[in-house]
Write a protein that binds this ligand. Sequence first.
Ligand code: COA
Length: 330
Amino acid sequence: MIRARIVGTGSTTPKRILTNKDLETIVDTSDDWIIRRTGIKERRISTNGQGENTSELATVASLKALEMGGILPGDLDMIVVGTVTPDRQFPSAACFVQKALNASKAVAFDVSAGCSGFLYGLSVANNAIATETCKNALVIGAERLSSITNWEDRSTCVLLGDGAGAVVLTPSTNDDGILSTHLQSDGNFWNLLYSYDERSKIPEILDTIEGKPFSLRMEGNRLFKKAVTCLADIAAAALKHNGLSCDDVKLLVPHQANLRIIRAMAERLSIPMESVYTNIEKYGNTSSATIPIALDEANREGLLKQGDYVLLVTFGAGLTWGASVVKWSF
Ligand code: COA
């Protein structure tokens, strides 16, 4: 049986740091409230013209992942970008990445699945490798959420940030790699988190970002409860599917939307927080990019060893949610 295995990870975030203190000058909020209610201390914000739009961040993350995996861009058969903030409505961010990498052989496309875009993309690429439709694939989560943030809405603008992460996949015939991907969606709850046609005023201290003519709205409270249940349920289903228990999980790498959501999910799964990777304090919620950035940081910190079981779990607009169990390969 062929399945995909991860052979390289990479990530990047914009240089500019926006702290909670900075946000206090923009909206009626406080460093204390943001840390207490979300766990976020700062986030990264892209600057126009500095090589930090979605596809440019995606390209930098990809080059790092390709280098680690020892795969040349010309050997890629597929590039998938999970994003809700592509540079343009079309062509896809993936096509810009393909051009930048000169990955001429690769089929390139974006996946729009809210914050779950990376895991949805991972599932598509895994299936393509398992069915031998493709050999080497690049799966990216990349966002420039600052461009759609409503900077007058304190209940959302404090949560979001920009960044990108990527993984390189190659075929494995061993018992390692992506053991499963579980995906779910429920459009009935689309109105808990959605984009709408309205440009908000970009505050003076952020005049280096580019705003898009739409912004986002969120019903945080209801979303919070749905997130905890959906994340815990799909993570449990993914473990059960593979005959694993929570004790088998070396590292849980969850979507980073709110530290309280992550803690509540871990508690439901009986996974101790020492086995949960979080970096939300540095980057906030970067949507599709949170999992690949966290996975790359965990990997580069040496937290993952060959044979470790890694549980990836996500939740986002749509609603969409998903989980993947990975047996680490290197
Ligand atoms: N600073 C200060 N006060 C704020 C604030 C801010 N940035 N944002 C909201 N508040 C206020 C509210 O106005 C409210 O005041 P009131 O009691 O006077 O009405 C109070 O804080 C509590 O608001 P509430 O929305 O109940 O807070 P919360 O504890 O639910 O936290 C979120 C808000 C957004 C952090 C939280 O609901 C959340 O993380 N939701 C889910 C996020 C998510 O899953 N995102 C999408 C998945 S990708």
